[in-house]
Write a new protein. Structure first.
Length: 329
């Protein structure tokens, strides 16, 4: 118990890092922490829902049972609406952004993927919540699209919550990366991974191999070299879990484009920008194969991008191979 630091306590201590902070950002981070504890509770009983629920779409209390990703989305939206610190949100689950009218002069917008890796829910494999916080740009009464279409370098804070063998919240405000593990017995996130640094050691690669034939030549060559060098191959299929492993053990996670889907699958605003901010803050790199993810221009909310993220030397190597083999087939 001696050195136990809870997430809330840590956030308050860190507020002093920002001389003119009004406490709004701290409040927002605490609200996201609270929402994620509730999501964690629901995720942990996912398998029970079918046992304890009654036929149809209702549970034993007569409430409609929701799919977990919809539940997580609604929960985050209502926590952020109630917080008073956020003037608008955009969620991967929704087509467009939602202005929050009740928030007076709140200056932040939050962009999130409520439950990433959702195809893993039914098979009891790790999933996660990803979030990014930006300062509002527009001055009109209501938030505008431009407030959400900011480049990743403008992020004020970003983080993720991993619902795995334990629940962890990892976040950055641009001054390093810290990780907290949920202690369910006291219901608190406790600092467990202070000042995370992505290891230089880089002998793990992570990619959906089934699309190999459709990758561009530089990416194929990179994968061939990984195999040649006897790298370990790991792929969970939940970006949060794959990036979390990369953050702690080193290596590279990739979701390249293909001929049919030139920009791959993953979303710039909801997934790639926040995770890139974290990885860079931990000493790693994140690229779209040509340039830095965080400098990409956001043109629409659900924009996709190829992504190569992890240990600097591997990201640089794949960028170089892509460059060298451009135009080859
Ligand atoms: P989702 O937002 O629908 O859950 O999809 C995103 C997920 C990522 O977590 C993961 O990296 C990727 O999809 C896996 O895709 P694939 O099944 O094509 O390998
Ligand atoms: Mg997602």
């Amino acid at each position: 118990m001696n050195n136990l630091i809870t997430l809330d306590e840590f956030i308050i201590r860190r507020q002093k890092d920002f001389p003119f902070a009004s406490g709004e950002l701290s409040g927002l981070l605490r609200d996201i922490g609270l929402a994620s504890k509730i999501i964690s509770r629901e995720v942990n009983k996912a398998g029970l829902a079918d046992i304890t629920g009654i036929a149809g779409n209702e549970n034993s209390s007569g409430e409609a049972q929701q799919k977990l990703d919809v539940m997580a989305d609604n929960l985050l939206i209502s926590c952020l609406k109630n917080s008073g610190e956020c003037c608008g949100i955009a969620s991967e689950e929704n087509d467009t952004f939602v202005p929050i009218h009740s928030s007076g002069n709140a200056k932040y917008v939050v962009i999130f993927d409520p439950l990433d890796g959702s195809s893993n829910i039914d098979v009891n494999v790790s999933i996660g919540t990803i979030f990014a916080i930006y300062r509002r740009k527009s001055t009109s009464a209501e938030v505008q699209l431009e407030d959400f279409l900011q480049s990743g370098t403008e992020q004020v804070a970003a983080g993720y919550v991993l619902y795995g063998s334990s629940t962890m919240l990892v976040y950055t405000t641009g001054k390093g990366v810290n990780g907290f593990t949920l202690d369910p017995s006291i219901g608190e996130f406790c600092l467990s991974h202070p000042d995370i640094k992505l290891p230089e050691k880089a002998d793990i690669y992570s990619v959906n191999h089934s699309a190999y034939r459709e990758f561009e030549p530089g990416v194929k060559k990179f994968i061939d070299d990984c195999i040649e060098d006897a790298f370990k191959f790991r792929y969970i299929g939940s970006m949060v879990a794959d990036v979390h492993r990369t953050l702690l053990k080193g290596g590279i996670f990739m979701y390249p484009g293909t001929e049919k889907a030139t920009n791959g699958k993953l979303r710039l605003l909801y997934e790639c920008n926040p995770l890139s901010f974290i990885v860079e803050q931990a000493g790693g790199k994140a690229s779209d194969g040509r340039s830095r993810i965080l400098e990409q221009k956001a043109e629409k909310l659900h924009q996709r991008t190829p992504v190569y993220i992890g240990s600097s030397q591997l990201v640089e190597k794949v960028e170089k191979l892509i460059q060298e083999t451009k135009g080859n087939n």
